[in-house]
Design a protein around this ligand. Sequence first.
Ligand code: EPU
Length: 421
Amino acid sequence: MARYEITGGTALSGSVTISGAKNAAVAILPAALLVAGKCRVENVPDISDVRILLDILEDLGAKVDRLGEGVVELDCTNIHDKAPEPKLVRKMRASYYLMGALLSRFGKAEVAMPGGCNFASRPIDQHIKGFRALGALVYESEDYVSLEPGPDGLAGNRVSLDMASVGATVNIMLAATLIPGQTVIGNAAKEPHIVDLANFLNTMGARISGAGTDTVKIRGVETLRGGTYAIIPDQIEAGTYLAAVAVAGGNVLVQNVIPKHMDCITSKLAEMGAKITNYDDAIRIQSAGRLHSTTVKTRPYPGFPTDMQAQICVCMTLASGISRLTESVYETRFFGYITELSDMGADILVNGKTAVVTGKEKLTGAVVCAHDLRAGAALVIAGLAAEGTTYVENIHFIERGYERLVEKLTGLGAKIRKIEE
Ligand code: EPU
């Protein structure tokens, strides 16, 4: 078991370069299964979720070359028509994208139920509804989902999602890409990684329009060809570093970002008292570490992301006054970190979907445990801002989504190290 040891109280300075977006990478790598040819994918983050996914693709017969510096070459021309290795599939959430990708490529699929961060009940009924609309027969058990063509075969269709689900939008886009006819997804998710997936697939020859709006149209094509594509920078990794500087204090240039994707986060940090300067592909944040209270409600993009809920909560714990934080995507997400922050001296009262956070003068170092990826990142931020030493346990959750976290934070002057035990 490994853990992080963090000695708080040091302001952060210098610059940090953001990696490729996790949630785009975990959609784009399965999308390579649709391509009979070589895909060169750049800006791929070196995180455990991506490593697991590449192992799954390799096991399916893909040729995978990890060329370093974020470049991966994939050739899925000769993949096998078999179930992806269940032990690997169960290690992560986004393995559900193998359902849409394999359905598209082979007209059928059998995929184990995904694992991953369990901060809430995370049903996949909207994914299934989409597959059924495309003509698939879907059999679900506790452990597996299997998909087969129905009596009329697979064909494009209209699907209106009950909620703007990122996962269902991605899975239906993947499934519809090689299925004949036009598919229209209504009430689609608009997150930047939806647009990134569409751009990747279109670069390889797909015909997808409307990504980034609530109506995505996919006209099925017969084949996709190989090509080169660079994944967008990670909005949430960038937001995590910005929140860290806001609360620990300092002056940092966050490089390799798309500032427009960051507006929902930077506008809140500015409201709390941090100074934000946007450049073409970088953001400077300056903060004295003395923040003001605010009100935040998480929403699908372009709203404030649920994946930044825990990090902004840490900022609130040290802001003057009373803040209110409302979660509208996953109601139970607070419970991954509230007890831990309280152990560090935070004053947080959760009432249903809203946490009321009374800002304190200081947090104090403690031994705390990450229960999911973003909750873990928030505890690291809290450790950076706290007095004394914090130990964050269960860091495998954090390594799912943050590339070289210790190295990047150390580069900003933070006192953090990984202890292997
Ligand atoms: N939902 C359903 N049925 C479905 C799908 C979703 O009821 O079939 C509900 C969920 O329970 C949730 C809401 O709809 O209340 C939105 O869920 P969504 O499908 O959008 O989430 P997801 O695709 O499972 C992705 C990210 C999450 C991120 C959410 C919301 C990936 C691999 N994961 O999850 O990222 O929190 O969108 O933006 O893209 C993370 O990176 O830490 C993370 C958890």
